[in-house]
Design a protein around this ligand. Sequence first.
Ligand code: UD1
Length: 362
Amino acid sequence: MGSMHVLHVVGARPNFMKAAPVLSALARRGLRQTLVHTGQHYDANMSDVFFQQLELPAPDLNLEVGSGSHALQTAQVMMRFEDVVLSRRPDLVLVYGDVNSTIAATLVCAKLMVPVGHVEAGLRSFDRTMPEEINRLLTDQIADLLFTPSADGDENLLREGVAPGKIHLVGNVMIDTLVRFLPKATQQSGNAPSEPFALVTLHRPSNVDEGGMLKRIVDTLVTISRDVAVLFPVHPRTRQRISAFGVRIPDDGRMQLLEPMPYLQFLGVQRRATAVITDSGGIQEETTYLGVPCLTVRENTERPVTTTVGTNILVGEDMQRLESEVKRILAGKGKQGQVPPLWDGHAAERIADVVRSWEHRK
Ligand code: UD1
């Protein structure tokens, strides 16, 4: 009892807010834990500041894989993580989300026959051109414990032939972190402009890696900025593309390009935004919880409850639609929504309970 050793793997920005509450919940139960950072994200403002603000323990190990092609990045994680598993011998490895580090670590464990739990399992965009969709499908096929954030996840997994006994509907751990830090974040919303504003994030390859598409989106944001100020914290990938494609942004101050924001500042700004325009997965969920209208610049979403229950609308690549939906929001007719079931701040507690009973069943 209490001797079980759980090893967590995180690599990229959206993993950090998912792992934080699970580490806390398992710590409260006295389990031995190891935290491995693959180093997929390495900039201080993409990684370190999140560890500080989320009060995460410093990683026990950083594999320092850095950037590269998908094959290179995935392979580097696999090669370096294999040694870690062999030397640390965890009883269970927990992986998060859908990034390259997630599938790489899971595949290593499957081959070494070390059990894996996948937090945020079962999400599907049904779009295999998205690198994350491949990561989700493969991770869920070989993981042993599947923690789903919403019932659609369970349905997807069952349809793919996953044994029902592996699936645990626990709710959304990202919302655990939001609930915990919202009061603190609210104190930081001083960063937000006093006038109404739209908050923008973009980083999907499908939106930023093709010059024509990126230019169309940015031009539309410039048009929108005539009606409402635009705040745009820019992901490093997107910043590179904007400069490589020579995308021009007028410097009239209506659209502000900022560095990626720390967690608390971003949350503080998000809750005060009149509208959010994004292609992120996590932000579709956070806006739904906060009741802020969200316009998603994607043809599909692996988080359908944000559209059926929450405040999210998929505008796809239709830039006229993006413009008209912003107008609708500014006219006070934005989409209203509700908070999906089990997005209540206690998902990590439910994961910890499952891990505990799984330990006793072994
Ligand atoms: C990754 C995830 C994506 C997630 C996103 C959140 C995969 C396949 N993608 O995408 O699901 O939504 O993180 O941010 O795992 N870079 C830096 N500094 C960093 C990290 C990246 O400058 O700290 C630049 C590098 O030039 C790199 C590029 O961003 O080549 C892309 O980074 P990468 O980790 O490959 O994918 P993301 O686009 O960040």
